[in-house]
Design a protein around this ligand. Sequence first.
Ligand code: ZN
Length: 435
Amino acid sequence: MSAGNEAGRIVPPEIAERILAAVDARFEEQLRRTSELVESPSLRAAEEPAQDLIEQQFRDLGLDVDRWTIADPELEAHPGYGPPTVDYSRMTNVVGTFTPREELGRSLILNGHIDVVPEGPEEGWSDSPWSSRIEGDWLTGRGAGDMKAGLIANIFAFDALREAGLEPTGRIHLESVVEEECTGNGSLAALLRGYTADAVIISEPEEDALVRANVGVIWFTARVTGSPTHPREMASGFNAIDAAYELIGALRGLEEEWNAEQGEHPFFEDLDHPINFNIGGIRGGDWPSSVPAWCEIRVRVALYPGTTAADAWSRIERCVADATANRGGRPPFEVSLTRDGFYSEGYVLEPGSDAEALLEETHREAFGRELTSFTTPGYLDGRVFVNYGGIPTLVYGPVSENIHGFDERVSIESIRRCTKSMALFIASWCGVRER
Ligand code: ZN
């Protein structure tokens, strides 16, 4: 028997019921695994212990495991590569592959990132960021929503089929990648390693909805050069920190220019301020009694899909050159720009794919309501699969609060329903047969 595996068709009700029951049966264990992963602080370049946990789960499921360090000249040469500031020689991706005895159905990638953003000052949290506290419907901790709940949900959605006595008839790759929060190089490395499929699901925290479009992101550091003097003759020096404020003002001007263009970008017309430039870091000067000789700002900018990173970057360079040269008669100053992270383009999930049609059905079955889609002004690894793999990519996952903030948390019932929807999707997309 092979059920499912027709365009946009969900598995028959009897099979669906078994799968939904299997998710419920394993849900306590799923939560335990989610908590365990949240308790492993997989900050950038410190992901290996958390990847060990994932690798073990892939092995327990009988998957073929591929774990490799992402340092790779081919990756570095790719146009979507973001220059990193960490050593890749010890940072690994983990992929677990299920290959059916006979490949009859469509293939699928279930992707998630293991890295989490910095927790910030711990006193801002009600509890340790790594405690994975459960209270009512919420699981709290850094990375709980973004996106350890989703990463574990991928595994348990896949496992629900086995628990239900079924076996997929299509090839499935479960991916746990690094570097999503800063460059997107982890998913890019997985694609370049040869992992492709007929569809991708990325279970990011997306409010039980589907991402239609999102922005690309560029990171850079701008270093302003000043001229140090004693403050008693301050006017003879040049204050690099004051000048950095001027530069920030010019960048805010460019940000407004880009926001004013939103009408030209499908799916972004109705967003409130889709393009956000974030001044994410600032440091400069040596001490209070010298006019500062230097100041660095770290910046994250966003760009619309369809704009190449190279085009956006040249507009940033022109904006900075103009701001430093044309100062209303005051002397120009010097700024050097260094790209040190994301160099990525956005993407649009074109409506009308079989994958989306099927997700609409599995979502309805799991949630009892219609699937909605939305545009998000943040970066997503979906751009790797859509822009460079030409693969329909469903970024879809649970309700969360405060991601990248204090007391990040994820809704437990939302995790359960998303897992059900994904398990039904896997069975229907890849097809299943009795074990
Ligand atoms: Zn994320």
